[in-house]
Write a new protein. Structure first.
Length: 116
């Protein structure tokens, strides 16, 4: 029982440290954003997106259009069409992550935004 109490205490300390770090990072980000001033028409819009290329063999793929709930890479790419740049988060290609599947899916949606 004594070891279990120690384990809970260590866990609480770890959670507190993570929470403190997150709050500190959020505070720093807010301070930077506040000091940056208002956005102007010339400021670039940079966005992030993840899971941007559904498996073209999926029954939900539907030639790249996806469905209301699955394989939404085309809908997501259209939401971010005003961005000057997009960085990717998470899995870029799912379910099986091969380059050929990524290119077959990506080119039908996000590929329209590729730079020269």
């Amino acid at each position: 029982m004594r070891d279990e109490g120690r384990w809970h205490e260590v866990r609480r300390i770890r959670i507190f440290k993570k929470l403190s770090s997150s709050l500190l990072a959020t505070g720093v980000l807010l301070a930077v954003l506040a000091s940056a001033g208002p956005a102007s028409a010339q400021d670039p819009l940079i966005t992030g997106a993840g899971d941007i290329a559904c498996d073209p063999n999926s029954s939900y793929f539907r030639n790249g259009s996806g469905t209301g709930a699955n394989c939404r890479q085309l809908a997501t790419s259209r939401l971010l069409s005003d961005a000057n740049a997009v960085f990717t988060l998470g899995d870029n290609q799912y379910e099986h992550g091969s380059l050929s599947k990524f290119l077959a899916s990506y080119n039908r949606s996000w590929g329209t935004y590729k730079g020269d």
